[in-house]
Design a protein around this ligand. Structure first.
Ligand SMILES: Nc1ccn([C@@H]2O[C@H](COP(=O)(O)O)[C@@H](O)[C@H]2O)c(=O)n1
Ligand SMILES: C[C@@]1(CO)OP(=O)(O)OP(=O)(O)OC[C@H]1O
Length: 171
C-alpha cells in the first residue's frame, strides 16, 4: 500500500523500537544489515547473528504489537540455526503488508568501535530497501562508538537499535 493512499484513508502512525546485542567471536562471518563486512571477527548467535536486522525486525513487530523475533523464530528451533536473517526481515515486511500497512521509515544505529560502518552504510541501506521493498530514502543506517567504554568499546560485541514508523489502516 502506498503512503499517500494510506494517509488519505486516515491511517494511524505507529512507532516501534528494537534493540539487540551479539558477541564478537573469531571464525564467523560478520553480517550486518544483510551484507558481509570484511572484519577479523564475526558475531555469534543461533542464526547468522545479524544484530542490525534483528533490531529492525523487533521494531517492526513492536509497531504492530506482534511480539518479538524470538516469538516468530524461536532460538530453540533447529530450523533457524545459521539462518540468513534476511528471511526474518522478509517475514516482518510480509506481516506489515498483510495488515494493509506500510513502513514510512526505519532508522538504525549500529553501536561498535570496529569495524567502521559509515563506508558500508549505503550498501546496507540498499540491501534493506530491497528486503523491505521500500525506497532507500526511507531507510537510515547510522553508527556510533561508546568512546571505548563497555562491551562495544572493548570490541566484545556489537549492539544495534532501530526505530520504525508504520502507517496502519484506522480500526
Ligand atoms: N563503528 C562506527 C562508529 C562510528 N562511526 C562513525 O564515526 C562517527 C563518530 O563516532 P563517535 O562514536 O565518536 O561519535 C559516527 O558519527 C559515525 O559516522 C562509524 O562509521 N562506525
Ligand atoms: C534470531 C534468533 C533465531 O532463532 O536467534 P539468534 O541468532 O540467536 O538471535 P537473537 O537476537 O539472540 O534471538 C532471536 C532468535 O529469534
Amino acid at each position: 500500500m502506498d503512503l499517500k493512499t494510506l494517509i488519505a484513508a486516515g491511517a494511524i502512525p505507529r512507532i516501534g523500537t528494537g534493540f539487540d546485542v551479539h558477541a564478537l567471536t573469531e571464525g564467523r562471518k560478520l553480517i550486518l544489515c544483510g551484507i558481509e563486512i570484511p572484519h577479523t571477527h564475526g558475531l555469534s548467535g543461533h542464526s547468522d547473528a545479524d544484530v542490525a536486522i534483528h533490531a529492525l525486525c523487533d521494531a517492526i513487530y513492536g509497531a504492530l504489537a506482534e511480539g518479538d523475533i524470538g516469538r516468530h523464530f524461536p532460538p530453540s528451533e533447529a530450523t533457524w540455526k545459521n539462518a540468513d536473517s534476511a528471511h526474518f526481515l522478509r517475514h516482518a515486511a510480509q506481516l506489515v503488508a498483510s495488515k494493509g500497512a506500510a513502513i514510512t521509515n526505519a532508522d538504525i544505529t549500529i553501536i561498535c568501535e570496529h569495524p567502521k560502518i559509515t563506508p558500508h552504510a549505503q550498501t546496507m541501506r540498499t540491501r534493506l530497501a530491497d528486503l523491505l521493498e521500500i525506497p532507500i530514502t526511507r531507510i537510515s543506517v547510522k553508527a556510533t562508538t561508546t568512546e571505548k567504554l563497555g562491551f562495544p568499546g572493548r570490541n566484545e560485541g556489537i549492539a544495534a537499535q532501530a526505530t520504525v514508523c508504520v502507517l496502519v489502516p484506522a480500526e
